[in-house]
Design a protein around this ligand. Sequence first.
Ligand SMILES: CCCCCCCCCCC/C=C/C(=O)SCCNC(=O)CCNC(=O)[C@H](O)C(C)(C)COP(=O)(O)OP(=O)(O)OC[C@H]1O[C@@H](n2cnc3c(N)ncnc32)[C@H](O)[C@@H]1OP(=O)(O)O
Length: 394
Amino acid sequence: VAMAHLAWRLAQRWCQSSLQVISFPVVQLHLNRTAMRASQKDFENAMNQVKLLKKDPGNEVKLKLYSLYKQATEGPCNMPKPGVFDLINKAKWDAWNALGSLPKETARQNYVDLVSSLSSSLESSSQVEPGTDRKSTGYETLMVTSEDGITKIMLNRPTKKNALNVEMYHEIMHALKAASKDDSAITVLTGNGDYYSSGNDLTNFTDIPPGGVEEKAKNGAILLREFVGCFIDFPKPLIAVVNGPAVGISVTLLGLFDAVYASDRATFHTPFSHLGQSPEGCSSYTFPKIMSPAKATEMLVFGKKLTAGEACAQGLVTEVFPDSTFQKEVWTRLKAFAKLPPNAMRISKEIIRNREKEKLHAVNAEECSVLQGRWLSDECMNAVVNFLSRKSKL
Ligand SMILES: CCCCCCCCCCC/C=C/C(=O)SCCNC(=O)CCNC(=O)[C@H](O)C(C)(C)COP(=O)(O)OP(=O)(O)OC[C@H]1O[C@@H](n2cnc3c(N)ncnc32)[C@H](O)[C@@H]1OP(=O)(O)O
């Protein structure tokens, strides 16, 4: 029932979004322009231009592009309608089917016009931080820089409060593996914008593969286990610079960091019971050790949100700084740490961590297996539906 509800809510959102795209004046103008005819060459150029877009145009526009491409190359929709739970393919099918008997040539022209309007609007509205060449980092969801002996991995989805989508999980693993081998002495994880991170991106639950929700949950557990494993095994000092509120997995992982510096604007929230979920990131083991079993229960079971001061008093945070001087003070300190002999720091971390490694991996495996079951529960599904349908926030 919860899944059907979820599918229905998403279908409603897709519908609304598609309507918005179609009624968007610039696009509408282009859709109405049938007098000009794009050549096959124009069409191929437009396809290449899409690959070069610097900014993701968003799902609605991608759906429009998809449907026009299919109509231009294959004509009216000729695929069987996907099942209700196959949300992505269903949305694509709906978009293509909605074009009805639009002639191939018109679809081709509309595709070329849409790409041309995107190329100009997305180029001019690109909001890349000054001095940052995103291409040089090769990451879509992170900004990774290395200087003064410090590799900084910055979560970079500020408009989504740095929620971790599947791509971000993969990119963080990649960035950690690269940082473990680069010349830097220490590695820092932080967030861009007002949040450190709002935790797992709840839309990760919506893209159901052909194998159904069970397959999704199984793959999610495999991904999570590998992801947390990278933090357990990370060989250099790993420091969290918590610039703002932190939620869910971005909090639990802090137990695996070597130091945690927080702005006094930061909060620490693990609302797993509210979400029908259970703790991960080895927090079922690290939190009781760090802050006592009862305090860990308040956070992990009852979802108590801590201020930075409270988190520091309980040992989860190393030190709190006023937000106004946070960046300056923390980075001055980190630069000094990074000048220490790197091999000595590695070896010291190794003897602290090695005693615990086997246990941490076992805890990680157990937490992922429990979560796999939780993700299939009505409690979890309802919580995700409520968030996606904007009925609830934390
Ligand atoms: C079977 C699945 C497999 C998945 C793959 C593996 C996954 C491993 C999972 C590990 C387990 C992790 C658990 C957790 O992390 S639990 C915590 C989850 N996080 C939340 O529940 C937070 C939800 N967000 C909120 O409650 C609010 O957004 C928040 C309080 C954070 C901020 O509120 P505010 O009003 O200030 O801002 P907005 O809500 O307007 O947010 C701005 C936009 O950002 C989007 N957003 C924010 N957080 C999330 C999120 N976690 N997931 C998805 N989207 C998020 C929000 O929707 C807004 O977007 P729009 O502007 O497009 O509306």
